[in-house]
Write a protein that binds this ligand. Structure first.
Ligand code: HEC
Ligand SMILES: [Cu+2]
Length: 305
């Protein structure tokens, strides 16, 4: 049995075991009934030339259908409950970006530290991975956490977990992505929170700019500041102060919550969703900003509170 190294793992296992035992009991029941009927109604016990006319048994049929329906609904409700937990990362999560490549994993921390094929996280704290791919679809799979999520080029997907056991937990790519797919291995290294804090501080000293600072530089270098302020004042475009997480009103009257995917789309296809009250004049940055620069600009916009 694999270790249950995340808070969700025991829940997934309980549901899995429930389905497993229900299936096993049903299987044994069906086979036993079959054997019983073969013997009980064997031709040699009856008139060999006569097949009795079968009319059915409504009470029996209804109760079996209703019983199975209830069972499937129990499995559905149980799965739904756990699924909701899996897709709602807690507010205070530690955010780390993940970029899948043919054929390695790259992890980038808020302080700018980058690691390849190793993700260091503290035990007992929720971690939210904001993931994308540089080339084709990959899938981040950590069996010890019982979690798996696809990484899709051109968009962000998220996965969150809270590790409960220190040590190294293997990561696999679970989506066939070319020749090196089976070698696309990494590990999640879970350390005590105090050790993590020390590691983070050391890393901070070593390196230069973090993603938010890189994003801030790009903001002037790429000319965003011609149309946007970060002070609350609208120019040609809206101010970007405090927009992350806010409900933005669009020109067509719809509302949308500003998240990473919305920001990315604002840069790549600015006209896809127009902010109410502004003209469709923002140029696309598709091709002029790399994936990494897009991440940096988003980190900067997120930091504007
Ligand atoms: C020529 C002016 C112009 C430039 C340059 C420009 N933008 Fe915009 N931007 C706009 C306008 C106008 C809007 C509002 C209409 C829309 O949604 O496209 C906007 C919308 C946005 C939004 C959505 C804001 C919201 O409140 O939902 C974001 C985010 C954004 N821009 C980021 C950037 C970044 C980052 C850059 C630089 C890489 C940039 N823009 C460059 C004019 C510009
Ligand atoms: Cu892969």
């Amino acid at each position: 049995m694999l270790p249950q190294a995340s808070t969700i793992a025991p829940h997934i296992d309980s549901l899995y075991n429930f389905i497993f035992w229900i299936s096993l009991i049903s299987f044994v029941g069906v086979v036993a009934a079959m054997v019983y009927f073969i013997i009980r109604y064997h031709r040699s016990r009856w008139d060999p030339f006569k097949t009795p006319y079968i009319t059915g048994h409504s009470a029996m049929e209804t109760s079996v259908s209703v019983g199975l329906f209830i069972l499937v609904m129990v499995i559905f409700a149980w799965g739904w409950k756990d699924y909701k937990k899996i897709v709602s990362p807690p507010q205070n999560s530690l955010e780390i970006s993940v970029l899948g490549h043919q054929w390695f994993w790259e992890f980038e921390y808020a302080n700018g530290k980058k690691l390849t094929n190793e993700l260091v996280v503290p035990k007992g704290r929720p971690v939210k991975l904001i993931m994308s791919s540089a080339d084709v679809i990959h899938s981040f799979f950590v069996p010890n956490f019982r979690l798996k999520q696809d990484l899709v080029p051109g968009t962000y997907t998220t996965l969150w977990f809270q590790a409960t056991q220190t040590g190294e937990h293997p990561v696999f790519c679970a989506e066939y992505c070319g020749t090196g797919h089976s070698k696309m291995l990494a590990k999640v290294k879970v350390v005590e929170p105090t050790e993590y804090a020390r590691w983070e501080k050391e890393e901070k000293k070593e390196k230069g700019l973090n993603p938010a600072e890189v994003g801030k530089e790009l903001f002037t270098k790429k000319g965003c500041n011609v149309c946007h302020t970060v002070t609350g004042q609208a120019l040609i475009g809206p101010s970007l102060l405090g927009i992350f997480g806010k409900n933005e009103e669009l020109a067509d009257g719809k509302k949308i919550q500003v998240d990473e995917n919305y920001l990315r789309e604002s840069l790549m296809q600015p006209q896809a969703k127009l902010v109410k009250g502004f003209p469709p004049v923002m140029p696309t940055f598709q091709g002029t900003l790399t994936d990494e620069e897009v991440n940096a600009v988003i980190a900067y916009i997120k930091s504007l509170k």
